[in-house]
Design a protein around this ligand. Structure first.
Ligand code: KIV
Ligand code: ZN
Length: 505
């Protein structure tokens, strides 16, 4: 049977140490409830001694969230432990978490103590905590840079004093996977009493190795991983919960361990934490970045549509997303566009599809990504097109606050290219005047609107016009990432309706 790994979430403590990420009690409760839904084993809800507000927030979490173990952080001093205990004593399963530096750097420069006194301080704190709470975690801060013998002596002593969990942190993100894995194995081998306790790791991401180091530790005998949602935390952050959990799940063959996280809650939790703490998730972030399941190259999209396993090692549904996203770009092929249109419930003939594809490529050339709204506009304009007496070819406009607006428009009528230039009281007016001159008809503009279909600087603009020609009103629509071109297309579309109506009469 696979070994069980406990997931210790410290989003509300180490994660909250990110500048600007401080949560109030209500927000902490919301995140803690979601972490419970996510199925983490331990929630570190805060550092109660840091402020009365945090102490109260941790207390509220302890009262409201009953399934996971609730812990909070304390330095190895009585007052910290008392304040923490007051916050968590009513939890269904409380745990006191004490930390104290173990490396010579911390001993000499920060704590100004020696190794013997360091062990005595640790033992005193654990003994004191143990009188209050049966479940005590002891963290050997900066373990990865600590003297190995001192580390083992400390661990042995605090287990003897009653610690039930020993945490080995890579506090400054200095470790590399092979060495860190070996450290965990050597601790297990050198301190036999670690058989009786949970051996935990807590890795920081200063070299981008937090997940790898944590997993190397798991492979070598660690049975608790401390991590945060989206990998947030002090400096470059902590090991990302979603990366640990999804690696264990996806590469079960490599680790043969399991954890109790409900993976379908990962996306929702990531989103909530990002929103609550105001820390955006980088787009290419593993598992939870917005591009993590987005296939954009034509070759990849074709593969995905044929069989998802071609380019997908885990399905987006596993983390609670509806489905993989096909981001349509100029590189997307016909198959991807057809699939997307079908998804959007369009029934389109092969002939019409070719027209839409041609137009799609033109728009995608200018706009990097084509979303559903863009596509809807492209399709609906193509579907509502009348026979093209005049077809748009090109447009040049000169305008400015001091210059007289001038437009040069080229249209196609049958095989013939027609070009003219015109001035106007604005660039749009100049374009419309120019189209009037080419067509030999003068239209009265009754209505004109431009709307951005999507957000962003490269949004597709849709222009709609109503023109009156010979006492009849004709409407037209055109779309482009260039609003002047969209306007020209809309005006030509209205003219084509006029010609089509004239032919029908
Ligand atoms: O990074 C660290 O060492 C910590 C400890 C308090 C566990 O956050
Ligand atoms: Zn930390």
């Amino acid at each position: 049977m696979a070994r069980k790994i406990l997931i210790f979430d410290t989003t509300l403590r180490d994660g909250e140490q990110v500048p600007g990420a401080k949560l109030n009690t209500e927000q902490k409760l919301t995140v803690a409830r979601q972490l419970e839904k996510l199925g983490v084993d331990v929630i570190e809800a805060g550092f109660p001694i840091s402020s009365p507000g945090d102490a109260e927030a941790v207390r509220q979490v302890a009262l409201a969230v009953r399934n996971p173990i609730i812990t909070g952080l304390a330095r190895a001093v009585k007052n910290d432990i008392d304040v923490l205990w007051h916050s968590i004593c009513e939890a269904a399963s409380p745990r006191i978490h004490i930390f104290l530096g173990a490396s010579d750097i911390h001993l000499a420069k920060k704590l100004r103590t020696d190794r013997q006194k360091n062990i005595e301080m640790a033992v005193d704190a654990v003994r004191y905590a143990k009188k209050l709470c049966p479940n005590v975690e002891y963290s050997t801060e900066d373990a990865s840079r600590s003297d190995f013998d001192h580390l083992c002596r400390t661990i042995e002593a605090v287990i003897e004093a009653g610690a039930t969990v020993i945490n080995v942190p890579d506090t400054v993100g200095y470790a590399v996977p092979e060495q860190f894995g070996a450290l965990i194995r050597r601790i297990r081998e050198s301190v036999p009493s670690t058989d009786r306790i949970i051996l935990s790791v807590h890795c920081h991401n200063d070299l981008g190795l937090a997940t790898s180091n944590s997993l190397a530790a798991v492979a070598n005998g660690a049975n608790q991983v401390e991590c945060t949602v989206n990998g947030i935390g002090e400096r470059a952050g902590n090991a990302a919960l979603e990366e640990i959990v999804m690696t264990i799940k996806t590469r079960h063959d490599a680790f043969d361990v399991e954890c109790g996280v409900v993976t379908t809650e990962i996306a929702a939790t990531s989103h909530l934490v990002s929103r609550m703490m105001n820390i955006p998730v980088q787009p290419n972030k593993a598992i939870v970045g917005q591009n993590a399941f987005a296939h954009s190259s034509g070759v990849h999209q074709d593969g995905i549509l044929k069989d998802r396993s071609t380019y997908e090692i885990m399905s987006p549904e596993t983390i609670g997303l509806k489905e993989h996203m096909l981001i349509l770009t100029a590189r997307s092929g016909r198959a991807a566009l057809r699939h997307k249109l079908k998804d959007m419930d369009y029934e389109i003939s092969d002939r019409m599809f070719e027209k839409i594809y041609k137009r799609f490529l033109k728009v995608a050339d200018r706009k990097k990504e084509i979303g559903e709204k863009d596509l809807r506009s492209i399709v609906e304009i193509e579907l509502s097109k009348v026979p093209e007496t005049y077809a748009f070819v090109s447009l040049q406009v000169m305008s400015g606050d001091k210059a007289l607006p001038l437009a040069c428009v080229t249209l196609k009528k049958g095989d013939e290219e027609l070009r003219d230039a015109s001035i106007g009281n604005g660039p749009v007016n100049a374009i419309f005047n120019c189209i009037d001159r080419i067509s030999g008809h003068s239209a009265m503009l009754a209505d004109y609107k431009v709307e951005a279909l999507t957000t962003g600087k490269d949004a597709l603009g849709e222009a709609s016009v109503q023109v009156r020609i010979d006492d009849h009103t004709y409407s037209g629509r055109g779309a482009s990432s260039d609003v002047l071109e969209a306007s020209a297309r809309a005006y030509i579309n209205a003219f084509n309706r006029y010609f089509a109506a004239a032919r029908d009469d």
